[in-house]
Design a protein around this ligand. Structure first.
Ligand code: HH2
Length: 258
């Protein structure tokens, strides 16, 4: 899954794709490079980010979705209004970082369109989530949460076969929490649904290189973590640098299938 943020403030590509023409070109390039789907987002969820209105989110993403009609696209939103418009314009998956806790109407929109859905774990909300996150056991708490949200989604008429689950790397988690989740990914795959991992360029990758104030990580570090996540059972990798990840994952798959 490639990432295109149509935002001024995303943590690693903020401003790069704010202009619709740039966003469309980036999405097409990622598809050419082997992305199976491109995730289009109009609101940053980086730590400290302020929320944006549905009107502003629609203003950012609709021209991009219109230009990409017919291409495999997912919409990174927690708002039913934005999801509904995106699905009308051909998006196939709704990527909701609130796991259907943000907008009560969203589950109905996904069910009505028979769309794919990603349910992600987040502790707290983006503005404050990195202020001292604590768990007794991060992995079992994330597993319990995702299991409960999966049941909720199914109770709302969304087909279980259409749902993938995501531990939410960096969403209310320390560096140690993030790597523990990847190390024990098998406990998440045991839930029986495909697991999506988004660690690309995240600050934990910069911090383990020795810079405690890092806001991003490098492409090489992202690829290393993605390959390990894949080996431990992740089926969808959400990444900014598609070509590098496709090459690395192709090599990893060749080794595993030998
Ligand atoms: N991470 C980000 C945004 N959306 N969705 C899922 N399912 N999983 C993730 O790990 C995830 C996500 C944050 O990354 P990015 O989109 O690059 O930045 P921003 O939120 O600042 O736009």
């Amino acid at each position: 899954m490639g990432v295109v943020n149509v935002t001024p403030d995303s943590f690693s590509d903020g401003g790069v794709n704010l202009e619709a023409g740039h966003a469309v070109a980036s999405a097409r390039q990622q598809l050419d490079q082997g992305a199976a789907v491109v995730d289009i987002g109009g609101e940053s969820t980086r730590p400290g980010a302020d929320p944006v209105s549905a009107e502003e989110e629609l203003r950012r993403v609709v021209p991009v979705l219109e230009a990409l009609e017919g291409a495999p696209v997912s919409i990174d939103t927690s708002k039913s209004e934005v999801a509904a418009r995106a699905l009308e314009l051909g998006a196939e998956l709704v990527n909701d970082v609130t796991a259907l806790r943000g907008d009560r109407e969203l589950a109905g929109v996904v069910a009505e369109h028979d769309a794919y859905l990603c349910l992600m774990h987040m502790l707290g909300e983006p503005r404050t989530m990195q202020a001292d996150p604590r768990y007794d056991d991060v992995v079992s708490e994330v597993v319990r949460f995702l299991d409960e949200r999966l049941s909720f989604a199914v109770s709302q008429g969304i087909r279980e076969e259409s749902i993938c689950l995501d531990p939410g790397i960096g969403f209310g988690k320390t560096v140690e929490h993030n790597f523990e989740l990847l190390r024990r990914l098998g406990e998440l795959t045991a839930l029986g649904r495909p697991i999506l991992v988004g660690i690309s360029r995240k600050s934990s990758l910069g911090k383990i290189m020795g810079n405690q104030d890092a806001k991003t990580g490098t492409t090489a570090a992202s690829v290393g973590a993605a390959v390990l996540a894949y080996e431990r059972g992740a089926s969808i990798l959400r990444v900014h640098d598609v070509r590098e990840h496709v090459e690395a994952l192709t090599a990893a798959r060749a080794v595993l299938n030998a």
